[in-house]
Ligand binder design. Structure first.
Ligand SMILES: Cc1cc2nc3c(=O)[nH]c(=O)nc-3n(C[C@H](O)[C@H](O)[C@H](O)COP(=O)(O)O)c2cc1C
Length: 210
């Protein structure tokens, strides 16, 4: 049975446009793999481990190729739990609006927690190597403006390139973005059209996910 980790990074619950599109993905997935187990992690509600002095020191210990010393282990208990939860999935869906040209801080916090050496990547003589192999990711976003390739605002999209870079470091390179845009700039009629179009794409992506 496949397991999919769904990471929610909007606090807007039923008002969320991003989650409306994500629902269509799950409808498609239901046709594709009805037994798939979905683990939902809402990072806007989850109490993520704080990246304190001890938590961050552990990262440097691992970067130095050493094991965590006893005094840092308590600060790493929850970090390791989140890493193991992430690694136990066979695939990923992230639902994230654009916030200030990038991602909401909740999702950045989660990335700071899980993207750890020895677990998600390691350094080799040839450069960094991602340790999460052969896993797909769908990232469903919505944005108030339009940052598509033909838009004058395209270069302000730090969300898609950033997420490709961080998860690429972990070895996840099969990433599909489904971006609904513009959600706010051109009024409700365009918003509805763009959400409907994104839902069709999301449903197909769900049908072909596993
Ligand atoms: C704190 C905050 C920052 C935002 N920053 C941007 C932005 O930089 N660019 C943009 O186009 N829209 C921005 N928006 C608008 C949202 O991306 C847009 O309304 C999106 O559809 C919200 O998704 P949701 O309904 O799933 O929460 C921002 C919204 C909030 C609340």
């Amino acid at each position: 049975m496949s397991k999919l980790l769904h990471i929610i990074a909007t606090p807007r619950e039923e008002d969320s446009r991003t989650l409306r599109v994500t629902e269509a993905f799950f409808e498609g997935l239901e046709n594709n793999d009805p037994d798939c187990r979905v683990d939902t992690l809402d990072v806007t509600k989850e109490k993520l481990p704080p990246m304190t002095m001890k938590a961050v020191s552990g990262k440097y210990v691992l970067l130095g190729g050493k094991d965590l010393p006893e005094d840092l282990k308590p600060a790493w208990n929850d970090i390791i739990k989140h890493i193991e939860r992430f690694l136990s999935a066979d695939g990923y869906v992230i639902s994230s609006p654009m916030w200030n040209f990038s991602i909401p801080y909740y999702l950045k916090h989660y990335i700071d927690v899980i993207l750890q050496p020895r677990y998600l990547f390691r350094y080799t003589e040839k450069g960094p190597e991602g340790l999460v192999k052969n896993k797909k990711m769908i990232i469903i976003t919505s944005r108030g403006g339009d940052y598509g390739p033909d838009s004058p605002s395209h270069s302000y999209d730090f969300q898609e390139p950033y997420l490709r870079a961080v998860f690429g470091l972990a070895g996840i390179t099969d990433i599909t973005f489904i971006n609904s845009q513009p959600m706010d700039a051109l009024g409700p009629e365009i918003q509805k059209q763009k959400i409907d179009a994104a839902k069709k794409i999301a449903k197909k992506a769900g049908e072909a996910f596993f």
